[in-house]
Design a protein around this ligand. Sequence first.
Ligand code: NAD
Ligand code: IPM
Ligand code: MN
Length: 369
Amino acid sequence: SANKKLLVLPGDGIGPEVMREVRRVIDWMEHRRAARFSIDEGLVGGAAIDATGQPCPDATLEAARQADAVLFGSVGGPKWDSLPFEQRPELGILRLRKELGLFANLRPAVVLDPLVDASSLKPDVVRGLDIMIVRESTGGIYFGEPRGIHKDAAGKRVGIDTEVYSEDEIARVARVAFDLARQRRNKVTSTEKANVMQSGRLWRAVVSEVHKAEYADVELEHMYADNAAMQLCSRPKQFDVILGSNLFGDVLSDLAAALTGSLGMLPSATLGAVQPSGKRHALYEPIHGSAPDIAGKGVANPSAQILSFAMLLRISFGMEEDAKLIETAVEKVLGGGLRTADIMQPGMARVSTSVMGESVVRELEKLAN
Ligand code: NAD
Ligand code: IPM
Ligand code: MN
């Protein structure tokens, strides 16, 4: 079969640093697993602004459209923070999601056994935690009109964002959540603020309708998003799949990351609709950003980026065995006591980004033998 086309977009800050460690894993796969990828690298974010003036140049968008899957690093940083809003690096990822129709952002939060004590919560509260957050990612307040900073009649500035959701947008992401639940523990918790927001009222109604018509076998619970944040911190194991809007899903997934020990651990997949040709656009990225506070120091945790690649292999390339191998290798490295600074614990050995990546490859080699 033809080589799988992979577009790699390292971006800014720690993006290129953690992406280098994925390259190590890819090299290993090509040598030892006879995997064949056709890899292109592209510009996005601040790096693309510096080279082309655009956070997501047309060439990058086109390459993403042609690729079988996109592996994305992270974008943004202080260097570009004072640019006009329409030119910020963050627009790079937003444009890719929007133009490729990547409406479902899957963010698994799993507490690995070796990291039970790295969590900010008590071990008993998080041991064995395995939740999946499904975040809507092409609509809502991130894109709704009107938006902007305007002057009111008295000449005072007014900042405006608008949350807009159509019933079709809600229904299609709800179906993704219900489908995932069926493969897991069969429960969906849908979050919104139907008590104060009109878009939240519609969200609750549509999720209930889709549930009744197509997924009555799945347990559905509605929960206000503020309560969900509290419940995630107090009793996270009650959750299986959590469904939320673009904004609530973003906030709840950073919170869930803290439960697992570090933002540096969590991967994600952002998927579009399956097209008539069978093709499905997909982008994989850690949920963390460019981490300007540690960029350039070689201390970032590459796990989230490596695990994002594992998700890519599983979902886009159907390479379940290789995906599992990589996930197991990461867990073994952690189990062996190696830790980047973000998950450092007493008695463990503190290692750099590259030693972490090399160690994952070493474990892969052991597992393969
Ligand atoms: P961030 O996720 O970059 O960092 C938050 C904190 O987590 C920092 O203390 C950072 O050092 C730490 N951290 C993050 N990833 C880590 C890793 N792999 N290993 C160790 N520690 C890690 O969020 P922020 O500081 O709010 O944002 C920084 C920049 O990144 C901003 O420009 C923001 O817009 C952008 N951002 C981009 C993405 C993306 O590209 N998808 C996501 C989030 C934020
Ligand atoms: C994320 C980030 C992005 C978001 C930013 C950088 C646009 O926080 O991927 O979680 O808010 O979606
Ligand atoms: Mn975020």
